[in-house]
Design a protein around this ligand. Structure first.
Ligand code: NAD
Length: 492
């Protein structure tokens, strides 16, 4: 496969070849056009990749690298991602429908992720613990061996990088399972890893169905850890399989995040942030701020502002630099979102804007859905309790701070929260009372690879990102070094 081509083979055990699974067509959701025909991986491919990965971790060319030498490879991957940034962004836009501005940012973030873990690896220390006898005690962090990385379709290259970089930094091999609909940019990334000098068998990219290829990875006896990002139901299933093997699992799952306007908020800032939080990526974001809490007394004003601004958003193909809201990832997902909005209507929702596919004939061939705002529901409605994963936000009034906290936390999820206020004391108090792994105050959906990311409750277990992600891809071992010249007294 040449660098500028759309991938047509998968990367198994160090070789580019046809998978042994089912045919897999990749579609551009802006046009419905098939852009790649692949053959998915099969469980036999998973087995071959796991064995080759395990063997590659034992080869001196990888096993004997010092951390700074592994770090050098990761830096090179980051550089290559940056050199191929435009090509990768366009490929991801074609495969996911996301706006080019977003995919460019995701590619830049992937390059930064490889560099961050290179730097973190060079400076990661393991402890010489305080001496408590005539022996020295130290911890060493050893690679797990083969790690499974299972990613969703909404931000493939960024989530792939967040899993591959710390896993390689820790010395492991990786079996990456991208989402069935969006494997192309992950395959392109595999090419860059090999070009950077990462031993080819160390990273296999195994597209295909989750229930076949994903499960084969989780169940494989050589796979010693899985890092999973996806829906909560799938995460629960993967969690059960991991528990059977006593295998560590990191899971980053779904959300139904509150974004909260306090009475003293700067409303221009709040409206812009709320729209970005729910409508960027067409709402296909785990941290989408889909429950918009507004004080009762400001309900009318905030709704008017939100609706006016939402109706101005430019819906169109991701390849058009002017587009803000691209198509949804697949036609079936668009139909699912439309059905959930119909269900909201049945629950008594008032559709403030959107609530349908656009009538622009230029968009008729794509999987579009208009930015949609609803109100008239209560927080216990199914629409407010279940993740929609589309451009649909619900405005919910609250009376006072206690009512706000009770409603905001009344969800099985605990992923993120947005707060819009000028009152820093109140912001601190509420931020501490909300069940969420990430709280943004006067901003939303900003990410930093140096900052840990995790979900509470049904939004996940374990932490991604941050320096600690390297050690989380290792097995800890304690070593005691006896210093006494004499035999142990017990036997004497
Ligand atoms: P999904 O759960 O359907 O799939 C995620 C991945 O798991 C895919 O690669 C899929 O093929 C695989 N998979 C499916 N069934 C499997 C099984 N039985 N065993 C192993 N793997 C399996 O999710 P999706 O529709 O691709 O993505 C959307 C979901 O991901 C949303 O719920 C969203 O909130 C969540 N998400 C969470 C985060 C986060 O960091 N918390 C980030 C992005 C997306």
């Amino acid at each position: 496969m040449a660098s500028s081509e759309v991938p047509d083979e998968i990367h198994v055990a160090g070789r580019w070849r046809t998978g042994r699974g089912r045919p897999l067509g990749c579609v551009d959701p802006a046009t419905g056009e098939v852009i790649a025909e692949l053959t998915a991986a099969s469980p036999d491919d998973v087995d071959e990749a796991a064995r080759a990965g395990a063997a590659a971790t034992a080869e001196p060319e990888w096993r004997d690298l010092y951390p700074h030498q592994r770090a050098r490879l990761l830096t090179r991957v980051g550089d290559l991602v940056e050199q191929h940034a435009e090509e990768l962004a366009r490929l991801q836009t074609r495969n996911t429908g996301k706006a080019l501005a977003e995919t460019r940012a995701l590619v830049a973030s992937a390059a930064g992720t490889f560099r961050f873990y290179a730097a973190a690896l060079e400076t990661t220390e393991t402890p010489l613990t305080p001496q408590r006898g005539p022996y020295l005690t130290m911890g060493v962090a050893e690679p797990i061996g083969v790690v499974g990385a299972i990613t969703p379709w909404n931000s493939p290259i960024a989530s792939d990088a967040q899993k591959i970089a710390p896993a390689l930094a820790a010395g492991n091999a990786v079996l990456l399972k991208p989402a069935e609909a969006t494997p192309l940019v992950s395959l392109a990334l595999a090419r860059l890893l090999v070009d950077a000098g990462v031993p080819p068998a160390l990273v296999s990219v195994l597209p295909g169905r989750g229930s076949v290829v994903g499960e084969a990875i989780v169940r494989h006896p050589l796979v010693g850890k899985v890092s999973f990002t996806g829906g909560t139901d799938t995460g629960r299933l993967v969690g059960r399989l991991a528990a059977d093997k006593f295998m560590p699992l990191t899971s980053e799952l779904g959300g139904k995040s509150p974004t909260i306007v306090l009475p003293d908020a700067d409303l221009d800032q709040a409206v812009a942030g709320i729209l970005y939080g729910i409508f960027s990526s067409s709402g296909q974001s785990c941290i989408a701020g889909s429950r918009i809490f507004v004080p009762e007394q400001l309900h009318g004003e905030v709704v008017d502002r939100l609706v006016t601004a939402a109706q101005r958003l430019r819906v169109g193909p991701g390849t058009n630099p002017a587009s803000q809201v691209g198509p949804l990832v697949t036609f079936s997902h668009r139909d699912r979102v439309a059905a959930l909005v119909d269900r909201a209507r049945e629950e008594g929702a008032r559709v403030l804007c959107g609530g349908r596919v656009p009538d622009d004939p230029d968009l008729a061939a794509g999987a579009y859905y208009l930015p949609t705002l609803l109100d008239g529901l209560t927080n216990d409605s199914r629409t407010c309790q279940e993740e929609i994963f589309g451009p649909v936000g619900v405005v919910l009034p609250y009376r006072d701070e206690d009512d706000l906290i009770a409603q905001a936390n009344d969800t099985v999820f605990g992923l993120a929260c947005g707060l819009w206020t000028r009152d820093y004391r109140r912001a601190w108090r509420i931020a501490r009372r909300i069940d969420a792994g990430t709280v943004w105050i006067n901003t939303y959906k900003q990410f930093s690879i140096s900052t840990p990311f995790s979900g509470m409750k049904a939004s996940g277990v374990g932490t991604d990102k941050g320096r600690d992600a390297i050690l989380q891809h290792t097995r800890q071992k304690s070593i005691y070094w006896g210093l006494d010249e004499d035999p142990l007294p017990w036997a004497g």
